[in-house]
Write a protein that binds this ligand. Sequence first.
Ligand SMILES: NC(=O)c1ccc[n+]([C@@H]2O[C@H](COP(=O)([O-])OP(=O)(O)OC[C@H]3O[C@@H](n4cnc5c(N)ncnc54)[C@H](OP(=O)(O)O)[C@@H]3O)[C@@H](O)[C@H]2O)c1
Length: 345
Amino acid sequence: MIKWGIIGTGKIAYDVGFAIQAQASCQMVAVGSRKIENAEKYARRLKLTAYYDDYDRVLGRDDVDIVYIATPNALHADLIEKALRQGKHVLCEKPMTLRAHRLRQLKELATQRRLFLMEAMWTLFLPSVRRFLSDVKQVGNIRLIRGSMGFPLAKERCFRKDLGGGCIFDLGVYLVSLTYAVLGTPDQFYAQKISRRGDVETSATISLQYGRTALADLLCSYDAHLENTFSVYGDKGALTLEAPFFRSAMLSFRKYGPVNESTDAVRNPFDAFSVLKNAASWKQRLYHRFHLGKRHKIVPFEANGYQYQIREVVKCLETNQIESAILPVEHSARVIGILDKLITV
Ligand SMILES: NC(=O)c1ccc[n+]([C@@H]2O[C@H](COP(=O)([O-])OP(=O)(O)OC[C@H]3O[C@@H](n4cnc5c(N)ncnc54)[C@H](OP(=O)(O)O)[C@@H]3O)[C@@H](O)[C@H]2O)c1
């Protein structure tokens, strides 16, 4: 039985807590909060017997094997370090740290102590995303990636730089992490940002360049509801993780049709027959139906979807692996290295 301690009692701590609770090989033993009433409420809801108004008391318990850290971003690094020094395995919310070098230091500490460390980038473990990453070769040589993640968020932590807020760390992390899973480390990247509230960016466009062959164009925002899709375009076709891509249950693929560049069939569009009412809209409909004809594939996930990352943690702990092959710490460090520069430059 793998015994879990929970640090922080915000929204995601509940979602992931229910997923941990649902695994037969896992037991949640203690939760820590800044406030005893939050800890008590969480413990009651998820049926834990021990709860504290102090994170350290969870880390100090001998019966805790692994801690799940669900505090604001800026607090992750120090909590990971404390947990590792107490001999605990760690699953930590995204982004695990705000600096890549800090994460690499923590990875070294985990390796020295033979402790497991992974980012809770749950999206990468969803069945739809596993399928997407294995099917992406169908598009041929990848030329472009386009993705967006945006919805209005009102949480205080999102707008405070001292807590590691901002839409790049909060939402851009999903887009850059998935782009990294497809294409690896970009050669060049930059972002354009605006700030509507607080001292952080609230919308950003992110551009990544891969040599002379591929570009990624990513948009993240607290200011508007975006399409929330993620598409990879190659020279043969395009594959999309349909909205919302970060919890998708549907992929669509469209193979490009033949391009007709011959002038033989070009008709005069102003002759009597062509100038029909609504001709343009019918043409557009046909274009969507036949030219953009997408084939959809449903790839559902069970319950709230957070359990797939928990199963990966369980598998690694049961086989004595200190990192996940799907999401090694270096993947997270590379992504954080990009995000950090996008924010500071
Ligand atoms: N994987 C996902 O889908 C996902 C989704 C949302 C967020 N996240 C990540 O999970 C983490 C928490 O996000 P959340 O949406 O659950 O946030 P949240 O609802 O604001 O909860 C954060 C928790 O952190 C603790 N905390 C400690 N110091 C704090 C401070 N100064 N201000 C506010 N809270 C503080 C609080 O718990 P106590 O009062 O119990 O101490 C609070 O409930 C973030 O790193 C975020 O990026 C992940």
